[in-house]
Design a protein around this ligand. Structure first.
Ligand SMILES: [Zn+2]
Length: 264
């Protein structure tokens, strides 16, 4: 039937990807086009952001457009013209699909067409999540991804019956809990999750930098201190300095523990 032919064509095309990219040269070009990944992604749709739509031409021909969302644009990877036949069933006229042929394509070779589309996605500079934001609501709902690295996610209900999600690849975990799984397909909610994850990462990096500076300073002070002779006056300055530093650290710890207590 015309109404389900587009999905059928897309499923068949996706099924062919595995065989097409068995070829070593094509595979290495594919890996490069996907952003130098180490293995062929399980589902190229996440990289292509591809979908299908059925359109009837002014002269009544039915075309299935296989396109990718490239930013705000829709770019046809290939257009298939359906050969249809009207049949009458119990007095009802139905349009059956007898076959399909390629009417136009980015490249007559489907592997080259896919590679060309992937190259354009890569050249757009958008990462997987940013590409995902441009897809339709329906597409996003069936392609839930981690807002940080773009890997596939599978939200689950936890004890509070709310939906949570986490990413096996980068360790991201949803900061918010959601009543509906479909919230993980909502652009604004996922952008907010991405922003929160970015902020948390920045705080973690700032801590690591501060901690490194602190330990470097302690090490260099300690090295100078233990090499000093007790015969020299400065030996006692080092010792005093050490005690003062310990006191300063202790005071900071007390303040932090107080903050923790008031939070409880
Ligand atoms: Zn991730």
């Amino acid at each position: 039937m015309v109404r389900n032919s587009a999905e059928r064509i897309l499923t068949e095309l996706h099924g062919e990807f595995r065989h097409i990219f068995d070829d070593q040269e094509l595979r290495s070009r594919l890996l490069e086009a996907c952003g130098s990944v180490s293995r062929v992604p399980d589902d190229l749709s996440y990289y292509l952001v591809d979908d299908v739509s059925v359109q009837t031409t002014p002269d009544g021909e039915v075309d299935v457009h296989w396109f990718c969302h490239l930013g705000d644009d829709r770019l046809d990877i290939a257009v298939f013209r359906l050969r249809t036949k009207e049949l009458s069933l119990c007095g009802q006229s139905l349009s059956f699909v007898e076959g399909a042929k390629v009417a136009s394509a980015m490249d007559p070779d489907m592997a080259e067409a896919v590679l060309a589309a992937l190259e354009l996605q890569k050249a757009s500079g958008l990462d997987l999540f940013e590409r995902w934001c441009f897809a339709s609501d329906e597409w996003r709902r069936s392609h839930l991804i981690c807002p940080v690295c773009g890997d596939r996610i599978y939200p689950y209900r936890a004890d509070d019956r709310m939906f949570h999600a986490g990413c096996d690849r980068c360790g991201w975990e949803s900061q918010k809990k959601y009543y509906y799984e479909s919230k993980f397909a909502d652009v604004e909610s996922m952008k907010a999750e991405r922003k929160r994850a970015k902020k948390a990462h920045e705080r973690e990096m700032a801590f690591k930098e501060q901690y490194q500076k602190l330990t470097d300073q302690i090490n260099s002070y300690g090295l100078a201190a233990i090499h000093e002779s007790p015969k020299n006056e400065v030996f006692h300055h080092y010792l005093d300095g050490l005690r003062k530093a310990q006191e300063m650290l202790k005071n900071t710890e007390t303040t932090m523990l107080e903050k923790l207590k008031s939070k409880r």
